[in-house]
Design a protein around this ligand. Structure first.
Ligand SMILES: Nc1ncnc2c1ncn2[C@@H]1O[C@H](COP(=O)(O)OP(=O)(O)OP(=O)(O)O)[C@@H](O)[C@H]1O
Length: 612
């Protein structure tokens, strides 16, 4: 039996991201006149698997199509992907050369095969032996040649595509990291979707320039050589073989349909008859070519050996088209994935924390909001802040209260510059926040929110997060923990002290402990402005008391904005602001507002604390 190892065989073994649609080589049914190497049962199961993988591929393409539309991108062509792979061109060229060289193998194989047949007609035993050895060695040589070219082509394609994927993934990640929060509010940029972009879609792009492309180059070279060779040795037969080439395609299509519609039960009964009929259609090209070849030999137009040469050359070289075809479904996916990813790479952040632009004045901490109007990009019709005016003097504590959904946390988001208002302005020490350097402002503001975000690393690393392990001294870390009321717990209860890992999202700590570590993280930065958004509302009464003490200490000597539902925690604030429907409806100290008998007084009544 003759089985010429194919590109797909090697590629399957070498590639981690192998193409699902590629014909499985070990069980492939080569379209050549010699053999059917597998049983009908195997064939049925292959067809089923192929169908399943085609369906997977279809739904994957549908997903990519939908997401491309949502992202507002256009599918990208081969040229664009190639241009992106410019730094890898030298490897790509080497890969293409190796693939083109491997395209010579099919023609050489068919030639050697004809020669072997000729050798068997030699009657002189010594000559037969000598020639036989020679051609056997030639087969070894062709095997070595094919192995080498295949290895080089797969190696360089892997190098090209993996390097490009790495670059693409890292550039995409960097760009995503620069984006403003509004970008992440969009449903197409949810964390799940972004993970898919990074994990699945970047490798999808590389399929345009990976080993599958080598298969196409190999097939094209092989086909050109086969056709040229065939026309040279027997143009009449070459024309006939090319003309009936579509019949082979028809045979394959019929075969797929036949197996698709067959039921398990009647499979065995029909096996032989159906199989025979399909074989006849499939091999009709060979049957007809041979008939025509005989006719050409009979009328003296062609030597018998030339008939064989053309027959084998055309059979082997045209067979490579099937293997190359598996590239195209992958290429379609690559174009769609590149459309999404290139669009995401072009996206510019409206508020870029990595930009060097903007003023960097010394910040004292006086904050003014003047007629601030704001709506979230995802819900432009619902205006959250409708001309908000607020003033907080340097070092003062301001508390914001009001019904749920009135826009309290939105004020904090605007101060952090997660979003920009569409009307009015925010001033820090008289400087417009929009004109200031984003990272400079953020370095002077610390936020402690209801659900502290801790990372799966040590307590020390969580506290110094973003600054590197040596930026703060151990004394500074301990001091921050002392103010945050967590130093004793760390030193007395944890055997590894500040090096203790906190687990994913800090699961190994209680809510109050996590919150106090978050406070220590905020304090070590010595911010001029401290924002507390419901920092104690998730805690039980005992923890709340401890955390509240920590927060009271933390808010000293800096501007502090507190959002709290439990009004007992803000009675000592320098100023209390009551918000409703996006505007300030009342403001003053606790005593002033109680005496006013207005909205604040009503709120305190509901919490049984009007007498404070
Ligand atoms: N990212 C967002 N995209 C769209 N709408 C949002 C977004 N965040 C908040 N909102 C909406 O904006 C309004 C104000 O939200 P905000 O969180 O500022 O209210 P809040 O006063 O802090 O409420 P609570 O006291 O319940 O925390 C709400 O109606 C909310 O649904």
């Amino acid at each position: 039996m003759i089985h010429l190892p194919t590109r797909v065989t090697y590629a399957r073994q070498a590639s981690t991201f192998s193409t699902k649609s590629a014909r499985s080589p070990s069980v492939s049914t080569p379209r050549n006149p010699f053999i059917r190497m597998i049983s009908i049962d195997q064939e049925v199961s292959i067809k089923k698997k192929e169908k399943e993988s085609q369906e997977d591929e279809k739904s994957e393409k549908e997903r990519l199509r939908e997401e491309l539309e949502k992202e507002g991108g256009k599918r990208q062509g081969f040229r664009k992907i190639l241009l992106y792979a410019r730094p890898e061109w030298k490897y790509l060229i080497l890969a293409l050369i190796a693939s083109a060289l491997s395209g010579f193998v099919f023609l050489a194989f068919s030639l050697f095969f004809t020669q072997i047949i000729e050798v068997f007609s030699i009657t002189d035993t010594n000559k037969l032996k000598h020639e036989g050895h020679f051609w056997a060695l030639m087969f070894v040589a062709i095997g070595i040649f094919q192995g080498t070219t295949m290895f080089l082509s797969i190696f360089f394609f892997a190098l090209t595509s993996e390097r490009m994927t790495k670059r693409l993934r890292s550039n995409l990640f960097k760009n995503i990291m620069r984006m403003d929060i509004a970008y992440f509010d969009m449903p197409q940029h949810s964390s799940g979707k972004i993970s898919t972009r990074l994990a699945t879609d970047t490798p999808n792009v590389k399929t345009a320039i990976d080993n599958g492309l080598g298969g196409v180059v190999q097939a094209v070279v092989s086909l050109i050589l086969g056709i040229t060779f065939s026309f040279y040795y027997g143009w009449q037969m070459a024309i006939v073989m090319l003309a009936i080439f579509p019949l082979a395609g028809l045979g394959q299509w019929l075969e797929v349909k036949y197996f698709e519609n067959r039921h398990e039960k009647d499979k065995k009964e029909n096996e032989n008859a159906g199989h025979l009929a399909l074989e006849a259609i499939e091999n009709i090209r060979t049957v007809q070519s041979l008939t025509f070849g005989l006719y050409l030999i009979e009328n003296g137009s062609l030597e018998p050996m030339n008939v064989m040469k053309v027959l084998f050359a055309m059979s082997f070289t045209t067979g490579s088209i099937g293997w190359a075809a598996s590239y195209f479904p992958e290429y379609t996916k690559a174009r769609l994935a590149a459309g999404i990813i290139f669009k995401m790479l072009r996206e510019k952040s409206k508020i870029d924390s990595l930009m060097d632009d903007g003023q960097r004045p010394f910040i004292n901490g006086t904050i003014e909001l003047k007629d601030v109007q704001f709506a979230y990009y995802e819900r432009p019709e619902s205006i959250i802040l409708k001309g908000l005016d607020l003033t907080i003097k340097q070092g003062q504590t301001l508390a914001i209260v009001g019904p749920s959904g009135c826009g309290k946390s939105t004020v904090i988001s605007l101060l952090e510059r997660f979003y920009d208002p569409f009307g009015g302005k925010i001033l820090i020490d008289g400087n417009n926040l929009r004109e200031m350097n984003v990272s400079h402002v953020r370095s002077q503001i610390a936020l402690v929110s209801q659900e502290p975000i801790l990372f799966d690393c040590s307590i020390k690393e969580n506290i110094t997060y973003g600054y590197g392990p040596t930026f703060f001294t151990m004394n500074q870390i301990k001091q921050a923990c002392k103010i945050a009321n967590i130093d004793k717990f760390i030193e007395n209860n944890l055997s590894e002290g500040y090096e203790t890992r906190v687990g994913e999202k800090g699961v190994q700590l209680s809510g109050g402990q996590k919150q106090r570590i978050a406070i220590a993280r905020a304090l070590i930065r010595n911010p001029k402005i401290l924002l507390l958004d419901e920092a104690t509302s998730a805690l039980d009464a005992e923890s709340e008391k401890i955390v509240q003490e920590a927060l009271d200490r933390a808010s000293q000597s800096r501007t502090c904005i507190i959002i709290a539902h439990r009004l007992s925690t803000i009675v000592n604030a320098d100023c209390i602001v009551v918000m409703k429907n996006g505007v300030v409806i009342e403001q003053g100290t606790h005593t002033e507002l109680i005496n006013k008998r207005g909205a604040y007084y009503e709120l305190t009544k509901t919490q049984n604390m009007a007498s404070h």
